[in-house]
Design a protein around this ligand. Structure first.
Ligand code: HEC
Length: 182
């Protein structure tokens, strides 16, 4: 009798696990894994053509590409609105490229936006970003954002970014509102 009971017990636990495991998994899937919920950025390019960049920035790109793809794709940072400009660069931009300050969904500017963000990413559980890699990743992001979002690229970047925003707003209006508030 004892044996029969334990067989029934095992069978019950087994059956329960068949029901419960997928249920627990799907609850987790709503959390969307280590990269968190989606961003408009995610649908854009997942690599940068760095062939025209200075050689040290090309080396920094390799570290960035290795470390920042652990939880989400490289599209997340590449298509971000973040633009890090020193206060002097911001002064010049206010005079010469005032467009940069018209929509912070396209250009979100501060003198530490990338430094702060890489710090935030580094502190996430499981993130592998060594102290010696920190400045290199930031150096890449600062250089790359200036190159692809200002100057000669000032007119192409907003088109690329706006399309990502529009598509995302259509396909995922709830999440769009969560990020941008409207
Ligand atoms: C340990 C996992 C992990 C790693 C590693 C990681 N990220 Fe993230 N990243 C996230 C999560 C989760 C989010 C969603 C926002 C949040 O939870 O802070 C995110 C969001 C982002 C965003 C969107 C921010 C916004 O508000 O638009 C950018 C940009 C970003 N990450 C850049 C990076 C960069 C650059 C690196 C490498 C230095 C990196 N991530 C490495 C987990 C990670």
């Amino acid at each position: 009798m004892q044996r029969l009971f334990s067989k029934t017990f095992i069978l019950t636990v087994f059956t329960a696990s068949l029901i419960l495991v997928p249920w627990v998994r799907s609850a987790r899937a709503d959390d969307a894994g280590p990269g968190g919920p989606p961003y408009p950025n995610d649908a854009g390019e997942a690599q940068v053509d760095v062939s025209q960049y200075p050689s040290e920035i090309q080396a920094d790109y390799k570290i960035f590409a290795r470390r920042c793809t652990q939880c989400h794709s490289l599209s997340r940072p590449i298509n971000s609105q973040f633009l890090q400009l020193t206060s002097d660069e911001q002064k010049t931009a206010h005079e010469k490229e005032p467009d940069l300050f018209t929509d912070n969904k396209i250009w979100q500017i501060s003198d530490s936006v990338w430094t702060d963000y890489v710090k935030k990413m580094q502190s996430k559980p499981g993130a592998i970003i060594r102290a010696s890699e920190f400045d290199k990743i930031v150096a890449f992001l600062v250089y790359d954002s200036k190159t692809r979002k200002t100057g000669a690229a000032k007119n192409t970047w907003p088109v690329t970014r706006q399309k990502l925003l529009d598509d995302f707003k259509k396909s995922n209006p709830k999440r769009y509102a969560e990020i941008f508030g409207k």
